[in-house]
Ligand binder design. Structure first.
Ligand SMILES: [Zn+2]
Ligand SMILES: [Zn+2]
Length: 240
């Protein structure tokens, strides 16, 4: 019955690639041509923070980047679906600023895929909060939209109100150090009881310097969470 219903639905609304409009098999999927344009992050990568290594390096089962090997990464695990480049930017920015919500399914699916190898146990999925001023202007928090299907996949609570974010001017075009300083103290825990002893997965559309995830990790640890993971759709990859 469900199959028949889907067949009728697909006849009326054929599934199309959200980027180029080509007919595809499943709603929300990319066609193979568009899929191949992305720089998806696969192995080898840092087992802890997901930093992609050059493809021809054989570093064993659970390689670590220098940052993680020296114990500097305080998050338990970080993963990103793809590298931030012109291709990923061209869907990430319209999704974030121009209500191009047709990209939501492909983005959240790619994020779920990049977490599969970790086999995580997640209690709470926490989209990176937006300051009220921004939320009011934009009408939606893009991270919350991505987090919803991810929470469903993990059978975890979607938490959009335990942490609030104070408004600060845009961090664009600032140095790594300035980003860290600018974000310090920006998040405030409203409901620590919801988070205590919980394993929390942070969700954002893009990871730039990692400053946002690190700062959230700092306040979450204070609130007594037992693990912090983070996932983003794309990630700015700096040379290390
Ligand atoms: Zn396409
Ligand atoms: Zn690492």
């Amino acid at each position: 019955m469900v199959k028949l219903f889907n067949q009728i639905l697909n006849f009326i609304y054929p599934p199309i690639c959200p980027i180029c409009g080509e007919i595809v098999e499943t709603h929300g999927n990319l066609c193979s041509m568009c899929w191949n344009k992305f720089n998806w992050i696969s192995n080898p990568k840092c087992f802890k923070c997901g930093y992609p290594f050059p493809a021809d390096l054989d570093l064993g089962n659970r390689p670590l980047c220098p940052h993680c090997a020296s114990g500097e990464c305080e998050l338990d695990f970080v993963r990103s679906a793809c590298v931030y480049d012109d291709v990923s930017k061209n869907i990430m920015l319209p999704f974030k600023h121009a209500s191009q919500l047709k990209y939501q399914t492909l983005m959240s699916r790619a994020m779920i895929n990049c977490l599969r190898d970790l086999d995580l146990d997640v209690d709470v999925v926490l989209p990176v909060p937006l300051a009220y001023k921004r939320l009011f202007k934009r009408g939606y928090n893009q991270a919350s939209l991505l987090a919803r299907p991810i929470a469903k996949y993990f059978n975890a609570n979607l938490d959009v109100d335990s942490i609030v974010r104070k408004y600060r001017p845009d961090m664009g075009h600032k140095t790594y150090k300035q980003r860290h300083e600018n974000i310090r103290g920006v998040f405030q825990i409203k409901n620590a009881a919801n988070l205590q002893n919980k394993k929390v997965l942070l969700v954002d559309d893009v990871m730039t310097s990692g400053a946002t995830f690190y700062e959230l990790n700092r306040v979450l640890r204070k609130a007594g969470v037992s693990a912090v993971y983070a996932v983003s759709f794309c990630r700015v990859v700096h040379a290390i």
